[in-house]
Write a protein that binds this ligand. Structure first.
Ligand code: BDR
Ligand code: CA
Length: 318
C-alpha cells in the first residue's frame, strides 16, 4: 500500500471540511498537520474551524495557524465571502463550544518548513486555500522546494470561467502574488482547478446518501453544506461543487484525471488580476514570462462520477 504523508493547507470552509474528512478517513494517508490560512473567513475563524473539526472528528494532527493577510502587504482583498461559506465559515451551523483551542506553537509557514525538512522527499502539501503560507515558507527556506514530494493545489481556471471574476478563481485571486511564487518555484505542482472541479457536482441526493451511510461525521457535513448549496443554486441545480476534495482525490487516484504540462504564471494586475495562464510544453510562442519557469501539471479532464464515488466510499468508511 502506498502511503502519503500530507500537510493540509486550508481555509475551512465548507468544501475544505469535506476534504479534511476525506484525508482523515483515507487508509493510505498520514495527515501530519493542518495549516490554516485566511480566505473563506478570517484567520481567526478558519483556525477556530480547523480546531473544531479536529476535536469533532478526533484528528490527531496538529493545527498551525497561518497567514491572516496577503503575501504582498499592500494588497487588499475586502471581506470574506460569507455568502458562500456563512459568517462562521461553516454554513452558519451552531458549532460545538467544547473543543481544544491548542494550536502548534509555530506559525504555519514554519511548521511547513520543519515538517518538510524532517521528512525529506516524503511530504505532499495539499493546498486548498490562498497560497500565502506556501509562498512565505519558500521565501524563508527555498531549500524546501527540493525536499517536498509534491504540491497539489485547488485553484485557478485555465480553459474555463473563473468564479470571482470572469477569469479568476477564488484561491488564486485572493493572493495572486503568492500563487505566482508557488507556481514558478522548482517543485512539482499539480493544479486541480475549476476546469475539473466545476464538473464535479455532489447532488443533494448524493449528499443525503452520504449522511445516511457515513454516520455522525457525514451528517455534520450535510448540515454545514446547506448554506453552500443555496449559494451554488446560482450555477447548478440542487448540488455543490466539491472543489477541495478533488485535490485530495488527485493525490490517491491521479488516473481519474487528465493533465497538461507547461509553465504557469499568475497575473496580478488589471482586468486579468488573478488569472492563471499556462504555456503548454512544446507549443511555440515568442519569448515571454513563462520562459525558464518549471513545467507544472494542470488538470484538464476528470472522471467526475468516479471521483464522487471515491469521495463517498472514503468518507462513509468508519
Ligand atoms: C475555492 O474557494 C473556496 O471558496 C473553496 O473552499 C475552494 O477552495 C473554490 O474556488
Ligand atoms: Ca478552500
Amino acid at each position: 500500500m502506498t502511503r502519503h504523508k500530507v500537510i493540509f493547507d486550508t481555509d475551512p470552509g465548507i468544501d475544505d471540511a469535506m476534504a479534511l474528512l476525506f484525508l482523515h478517513h483515507h487508509p493510505e494517508i498520514d495527515l501530519l498537520g493542518i495549516t490554516t490560512v485566511f480566505g473563506n473567513a478570517s484567520i481567526e475563524t478558519t483556525t477556530r474551524n480547523a480546531l473544531v473539526l479536529k476535536s469533532l472528528w478526533e484528528i490527531a494532527a496538529p493545527v498551525a495557524r497561518g497567514a491572516g493577510h496577503t503575501f504582498n502587504p499592500a494588497r487588499e482583498r475586502g471581506e470574506p465571502p460569507a455568502i458562500v461559506h456563512g459568517d462562521n465559515g461553516l454554513g452558519n451551523v451552531t458549532l460545538p463550544a467544547d473543543f481544544s483551542t491548542e494550536t502548534d506553537p509555530r506559525p504555519a509557514y514554519r511548521f511547513i518548513i520543519d515538517t518538510v525538512r524532517a521528512n525529506p522527499g516524503e511530504v505532499t502539501i495539499v493546498a486548498v486555500g490562498r497560497m500565502t503560507n506556501l509562498a512565505l515558507a519558500l521565501g524563508e527556506a527555498p531549500d524546501i522546494a527540493g525536499l517536498v514530494k509534491g504540491i497539489v493545489i485547488m485553484g485557478g481556471a485555465f480553459g474555463t470561467m473563473g468564479n470571482v471574476t470572469p477569469v479568476a478563481e477564488a484561491n488564486i485571486y485572493g493572493d495572486p502574488e503568492a500563487a505566482d511564487v508557488v507556481m514558478t518555484a522548482p517543485w512539482k505542482v499539480v493544479v486541480v482547478g475549476l476546469d475539473v472541479t466545476s464538473q464535479t457536482v455532489m447532488t443533494r441526493t448524493m449528499l443525503d446518501q452520504l449522511a445516511a451511510d457515513g454516520g455522525e461525521r457525514a451528517r455534520f457535513l450535510r448540515d454545514v453544506s446547506q448554506h453552500y448549496m443555496e449559494f451554488y443554486s446560482r450555477f447548478v441545480a440542487n448540488g455543490i461543487m466539491v472543489h477541495d476534495s478533488c485535490a485530495c482525490v488527485y493525490l490517491v487516484a491521479a488516473e481519474l484525471f487528465t493533465t497538461r504540462s507547461g509553465a504557469i504564471r499568475v497575473a496580478s494586475e488589471g482586468v486579468a488580476d488573478g488569472q492563471t495562464i499556462q504555456k503548454p510544453d512544446g507549443r511555440y510562442f515568442p519569448p515571454g514570462p513563462w520562459d525558464g519557469k518549471p513545467s507544472q501539471l494542470v488538470c484538464t479532464g476528470i472522471d467526475a462520477p468516479a471521483v464522487l464515488a471515491l469521495i463517498h466510499k472514503v468518507i462513509a468508511r468508519r
